[in-house]
Ligand binder design. Structure first.
Ligand code: F6R
Length: 240
């Protein structure tokens, strides 16, 4: 693992933007693995700015990590809506080149369709990952098999509480998601993890310093030969 420490969250995010933009500039038909969540919002802002400066997404293909079970793509809280709002509607990528597991069909069917699309267009050249407070990547919660494929995964109470902020009062965050598996993620050619803020420091320590265990799914990334981890001072605070 290559750990890149930045003083500020802004600098860590700028590093992530530059890495994704460089991947696309070097390989315009790159396959990008994308994530959602609060950490990624400024990253997508940076990519939209890079697009305005000439970076094209027209030949790229994207695969998102996960989608809530029970939400159709046009639901306001779906990750398809998130991606349209934060990136896709602002860059030159055709919807047909963007792949996100479907939340509105049988989860096993959605997972199989996603894996088939990935097999047809992959492997992912650069997979962007955020990090859950509990060490999850995608929605691979603690106890996920380190060899798992895309499938339905029940969300832990702590993840549902963390994500409740994105839902309105009276709305219940879904209980499960279809997520790319850890084994699926590890097939990416390169992986870029972005974690900022002291709340992620414990998960960062588990991911980087191990042990490799299903109790901290991100620790499985230690087994991948090309992982870069961009951190701010807060997220790096518990590293030895
Ligand atoms: C979402 C995803 C999750 C998030 C993680 C961190 O697609 O894959 O693993 O990256 O929950 O979320 P934030 O950035 O909101 O702290």
């Amino acid at each position: 693992m290559r750990i890149v420490l930045h003083d500020t969250a802004e600098a860590a995010r700028a590093f992530a933007v530059a890495r994704i933009a460089a991947t696309l500039a070097a390989k315009p038909d790159a396959v990008l693995g994308l994530a959602t969540g609060g950490t990624m919002e400024p990253v997508y802002e940076g990519l939209i700015a890079a697009h305005r400066d000439g970076l094209s997404f027209a030949r790229a293909t994207t695969f998102n990590l996960d989608e809530y079970v029970g939400l159709a793509g046009d639901h306001p809280q779906s990750y398809r809506t998130y991606m349209r709002h934060h990136l896709f509607d602002h860059v030159d990528i055709a919807a047909a080149r963007t792949h996100i597991p479907r939340g509105d069909i049988d989860p096993a069917e959605a997972a199989a369709a996603f894996e088939a699309a990935l097999a047809a267009s992959g492997p992912v050249d650069l997979q962007l990952l955020g990090l859950g407070h509990n060490g999850h990547i995608g929605f691979n919660e603690p106890s996920s098999s380190l060899a798992s494929r895309t499938r339905e995964k029940t969300l832990t109470r702590s993840t549902r509480e963390a994500n409740a902020r994105f839902f309105g009062a009276g709305e219940t965050p879904p209980h499960s998601a279809v997520t790319m598996g850890i084994g699926t993620i590890l097939e990416s050619r390169a992986i870029l993890v972005l974690a900022v803020g002291a709340a992620k420091a414990g998960a960062v320590r588990g991911m980087v310093e191990g042990p490799v265990t299903a109790r901290c799914p991100a620790s499985a990334l230690q087994m991948h030969p090309d992982v870069t981890v961009a951190l701010d001072a807060g997220a790096a605070a518990e590293l030895e």
